[in-house]
Design a protein around this ligand. Structure first.
Ligand SMILES: Cc1cc2nc3c(=O)[nH]c(=O)nc-3n(C[C@H](O)[C@H](O)[C@H](O)COP(=O)(O)O)c2cc1C
Length: 156
């Protein structure tokens, strides 16, 4: 079978898209949509996200080194898109989207109550890669909605 040669690029699909929530030093919450997210180790359980240094969220994450990965659903599609095109520099995304911030157990960053699965993370290391810096973390705690069948959730 004939094969075509393509230039190097990001060809891995499908991609999980997540909403990453955080709190800055003044107690202000923000959410950024992240496509460059993935599992990097089973034991200890580790995940990574890659964030461009020019993002408003970048300096918050770098300073606080804590955040929550919130999985998204069909019902959260609009919010997921909004958090990926609007900046926390200009808007309070929790307020604009009427999302409910919930207190996390292990980190100073809010869970998004409407998200069915929330993963609390502490940054272990930050690796500059080029366009993005990779935030590499151990997750501390994972919560999910009570009394909900995972099968009934429309993950995206
Ligand atoms: C589907 C989607 C995936 C995205 N993935 C990333 C990503 O992996 N890393 C990143 O730095 N920005 C990513 N972005 C862009 C940021 O989410 C966007 O610039 C956002 O407005 C930044 O918010 P902030 O200024 O409040 O930090 C993505 C946007 C969308 C819509």
């Amino acid at each position: 079978m004939a094969k075509e040669l393509w230039k190097p690029g990001n060809m891995l699909y499908p991609l999980p898209v997540v909403m990453v929530s955080m709190t800055d030093a003044n107690g202000r919450h923000n959410i950024i949509t992240i496509g460059w997210a993935g599992t990097v180790c089973t034991n200890p359980p580790m995940v990574s996200i890659s964030v461009r240094p020019e993002r408003y969220s970048y300096s918050i994450l770098k300073e606080t080194r804590e955040f929550v990965i919130n999985l998204t659903t069909k019902e959260l599609v609009y919010a997921t898109d909004y958090c990926g095109v609007k900046s926390g520099r200009d808007v309070d995304k929790f307020h604009e989207l009427q999302l409910v911030p919930m207190t996390a157990e292990k980190v100073n960053a809010p869970l998004i109550a409407e998200s069915p699965v929330n993963i609390e993370c502490k940054v272990r290391d930050i690796i500059p890669l080029g366009s993005h810096d990779l935030f590499w973390r151990t997750w501390w705690r994972c919560t999910r909605m009570r009394n909900i069948w995972m099968k009934s959730i429309n993950f995206i």
